[in-house]
Design a protein around this ligand. Structure first.
Ligand code: AVI
Length: 323
């Protein structure tokens, strides 16, 4: 189950293996080595991510839940009637289950890249809401979102795209705007986007969320090296890398890295890369925005913000944007 935040391209297992291996190899050969965060979410990574969502240090999941619980009625009233609910990165559909009881939906599209349980989860949702036409769509919406053939009449049934969990923050801003613009094009003139973003706050609060005392986030981060070993056939030793996370004030993002404890050579196929002691691999960016910054990104994507809901400390934002 992906209670927390199904992410950009969570679980990349469905892309052709060669593409995934080639993408990993290119990132590892770059001067600043990097691994796309979508590779964090294999089966083990999903379990660790769900554990992160329960950590005391990791405030986003519980803060979003509190905002939804406090404002569900108001948010639902701001949505059109006879809508189509498009759940991006639906995982186990847990978040949408609560929404379908409050919105006037005639159709539900559960979109996820991890196909294993998708059909099963969406079918279960359909049994709970027999009046809603529930459809599962296996797709990597971060790559090329084209859901138009899965949407019913968008004039009659305005789509509401639901992208919770602040997963948009794992895209660099240009890609985030491009993704939201693609959503807007498919949503059509009456469409809307209900999306969460983690907000800028005291850096100690943010840094603690990515460096928990139990080391769950460290395990989540190191697990990506096992994914490399499996997909690329590399010989990374995860224990030889330290988990690092720090807030970069200039970019407004948490940067998650794996830092080589000592000089080491990693081999795959006929390639290799030497990591000097202290050299690192970037595994994730997690952007934190001010409400004004996120409004501006939505505007660049062709949306206007209709409303924003937050918690009493303004740590997390839920934005409702319309075309
Ligand atoms: C999925 N995404 C919103 C999480 C985040 O906070 O950026 C992923 C994560 N990485 C480390 N902890 C959680």
């Amino acid at each position: 189950s992906m209670e927390g935040a199904p992410s950009p391209g969570r679980r990349a297992d469905t892309a052709p293996l060669d593409n995934r291996a080639a993408e990993l190899a290119a990132g590892l050969r770059a001067a600043q080595a990097h691994i796309d965060p979508k590779f964090l979410y294999d089966a083990q990574g999903c379990v660790l991510f769900n554990a992160i969502c329960e950590l005391e240090e990791y405030y986003p999941t519980r803060t979003e839940r509190a905002i939804f619980e406090a404002h569900r009625g108001a948010i639902a009233r701001a949505l059109p009637r006879r809508l189509q609910w498009v759940d991006l990165g639906c995982g186990d559909c847990a978040k949408s289950r609560a929404w379908l009881a409050h919105v006037d939906a005639c159709r539900y599209l559960g979109v996820d890249i991890a196909a294993d349980c998708l059909r099963h989860e969406v079918a279960a949702l359909g049994r709970k809401f027999p009046q809603v036409d529930c459809v599962a769509v296996e797709a990597d919406f971060s790559a090329d979102l084209d859901l138009s053939r899965h949407l019913a009449d968008i004039q009659e049934h305005p789509p509401v795209f639901f992208y919770p969990g602040s997963s948009i923050g794992n895209f660099d801003p240009e890609r985030a705007v491009a993704l939201m613009a693609a959503i807007g094009r498919q949503a059509g003139p009456r469409g809307s986007l209900l999306i969460s973003a983690d907000l800028r706050k005291d850096r100690r609060v943010m840094e603690r969320a990515y460096a928990d005392d139990l080391g769950v986030t460290a395990a989540f981060n190191r697990n990506v090296l096992r994914v490399c070993n499996r997909v690329l056939g590399s010989d990374f030793q995860p224990a030889e890398f330290d988990h690092e996370s720090r807030f970069d004030d200039g970019h407004g993002r948490i940067e998650m890295r794996l830092r080589a404890r000592q000089r080491q050579r990693v081999r795959w196929g006929s390639s290799e890369r030497v990591f000097e002691a202290g050299e690192d691999i970037v595994t994730e960016h997690s952007y934190k925005y001010t409400p004004a910054q996120f409004d501006a990104m939505l505007a660049r994507a062709g949306f206007s913000v209709r409303d924003m809901w937050t918690d009493p400390r303004s740590w997390f934002g839920v934005f409702l944007a319309q075309r």
